[in-house]
Design a protein around this ligand. Structure first.
Ligand code: GLN
Length: 544
């Protein structure tokens, strides 16, 4: 690499949930579309070492990378926008920082010294940021700081930015995302909260270079000038970020506002070509002009917080576009379904997805939903726990194994068709100990899985402790549920299908983590296609 990597920090003020992740991903997309190699990192101020131990209600979905890191869901946005895999290095929490520093202290690395927030914690933070720059893979590293400036927990991160800006004034840029609220009573946009949040950042010694302002209404040039004056930024560096119909439109809105140009000029990077966004724009056009529409039910127990299934919902958007179809997701609580009401709750759907999950709550509703899909020939897609439930349902209702279950839910079941992975039997700690990350899977030719992927070996990401119990495999296959994808090392069943059904596919892995705008996931695409056919009354079962 010729020049030193550049570091862009994205901080947030005024309010949480302003969409720092989407702004970071959009800026990265624009720089990538101009030919720069970019990666995005998220620093999270909480004390958990990773979000793997968090209930989805706390923090939404836990996203998993190829290298098996359990990470913040924003990394999903980064991959969906950039189409480049992330890794553990792209997500660091306060807990991980402190864990490393304390382990070093115990080893004696700081022998004789008092270990303090400054410089030891801030040095470790800076190390984690520069680590991505030092790989030589990236020209630009965008680091998003979780939380809001002024939070006690994020202070060491802000201090690390101050130090890096001091050490590398030409290579560091700070983009501050704020809110410009509209007061309907007076009919005005208000800039005061932004002024205060920029001042707070200044108190910590950090000057914002670019302001990105979330707003429901247009920011007039006059308002932009006013904010520039009060906040110490150039007028051209006050960027309006209006609410968009889709997150995938935000890169184009940011291009119109010239966020990429402002950033490149400030970092002294050349502006050689216009962003190449042809494919992105085609995607957006198809997204906004669907030819058809299907209703698909997402059955899960965390539906009150839609972020719990973020990657699944995005996977449907990508797969919908690939089928020129708008997928209308119906969020159905698994606890609301039972054998008696399944046809009322699920009637009229063109497809049913049963979501991943942990623990007993809602499990019988998932099983009832699967029975309905199997018996009525409604396209079915089960992910992880959803696949395991499909196995349990088949055991109970087709193989007559009364009381069949997963040992996760019922340790005493007479038919443990889903059982703990051998490697999990010695595990005592909960954090980071599941079967995590990408593993190979061999597909059988002539199956729906093979038809969708179009190749024999695939790599998919995992996050589970339980697996299909191979002692029962022969019984299942004789009755029509076959294992069509197998992990070649351990023989673990990764995919099950029912051949006689229009579309009945359960996967032990999480395909949703790998679906991107440029590469919609083949199983999502195949499932949506089956749903479109189901709506039209065409069966796809005969094809394979
Ligand atoms: N609870 C199941 C297991 O641990 C499924 C996990 C999941 O759905 N991610 O195997």
């Amino acid at each position: 690499m010729v020049s030193a990597p550049k570091y862009i920090f994205v901080t947030g003020g005024v309010s949480s949930s302003l969409g720092k992740g989407i702004i970071s991903a959009s800026l990265a997309k624009l720089l990538q579309a101009r030919g720069y190699s970019v990666t995005i990192q998220k620093l999270d101020p909480y004390i958990n070492v990773d979000p793997g131990t968090l209930n989805p209600y706390e923090h939404g979905e836990c996203y998993v990378t190829d290298d098996g890191a359990e990470t913040d869901l924003d990394l999903g946005h980064y991959e969906r926008f950039l189409n480049v895999p992330t890794s553990q290095a792209n997500n660091v929490t306060t807990g991980r920082i402190y864990k490393t520093v304390i382990e070093k202290e115990r080893r004696g690395d700081y022998l004789g010294k008092t270990v303090q927030v400054i410089p030891h914690i801030t040095d470790e933070i800076k190390h984690r940021i520069r680590q991505l720059g030092n790989t030589g893979q990236y020209q630009v590293i965008i680091t998003e700081i979780g939380g809001t400036v002024g939070d006690i927990e994020s202070l060491p991160f802000v201090e690390a930015i101050r130090q890096l800006k001091w050490e590398m004034p030409k290579d560091v840029l700070v983009v501050h995302l704020t809110l410009v609220p509209y007061l309907s009573a007076s009919g005005e946009l208000k800039t005061k909260p932004t002024q205060h949040s920029v001042k707070l950042l200044q108190e910590f010694g950090v000057l914002a270079d670019v302001l990105v302002c979330r707003t429901e209404h247009e920011l007039s040039p006059e308002l932009k000038r006013k904010m520039a004056l009060f906040c110490n930024v150039e007028a051209g560096a006050v960027i309006e970020a209006r609410d968009a119909k889709s997150i995938y439109e935000v890169p184009l809105l940011m291009e119109q506002e010239q966020l990429d140009l402002v950033v490149l000029n400030k970092l002294g990077l050349s502006v050689q070509k216009a962003p190449e966004l042809t494919q992105w724009k085609e995607f957006l056009h198809k997204l906004y002009h669907p030819v058809t529409e299907v209703r698909i039910g997402l059955v899960g127990k965390y539906i009150e917080l839609k972020d719990s299934y973020k990657s699944i919902a995005e996977g449907f958007i990508h797969a919908g576009v690939a089928n020129s179809c708008r997928v209308q997701l119906e969020w159905i609580h698994s606890e609301s379904i039972n054998e008696d009401n399944a046809d009322v709750v699920l009637g009229g759907l063109s497809g049913i997805l049963v979501a991943p999950g942990f623990g007993h709550r809602g499990i019988e509703g998932k099983i009832a939903a699967i029975r309905y899909a199997r018996e009525k020939g409604v396209p079915f897609f089960g992910i992880c726990l959803g696949m395991q439930c499909a196995v349990i349902e088949f055991a109970r209702n087709v193989l007559g194994m009364k009381g069949a279950h997963s040992t996760e839910m019922d340790a005493q079941t007479p038919y443990p068709v889903i059982d703990l992975l051998e490697a999990q039997k010695k595990v005592t700690h909960k954090g980071g100990t599941m079967r995590l990350g990408a593993y190979p899977c061999e597909l059988t030719e002539g199956t729906k899985a093979y038809e969708m992927y179009g190749r024999r070996t695939i790599y998919e990401r995992h996050r589970h402790r339980y697996e299909f119990n191979n002692e029962y495999l022969a019984d299942f296959e004789r009755a029509g549920m076959t294992a069509t994808g197998i992990n070649p090392e351990g023989g673990l069943v990764e995919i099950v299908e029912i051949k006689s059904h229009p579309f009945f596919v359960g996967v032990q892995f999480h395909p949703e983590y790998k679906s991107t705008v440029e590469n919609p996931h083949p199983v999502f695409v195949g499932f949506v296609k089956a749903a479109v056919n189901a709506k039209k009354g065409v069966s796809t079962a005969a094809k394979v």
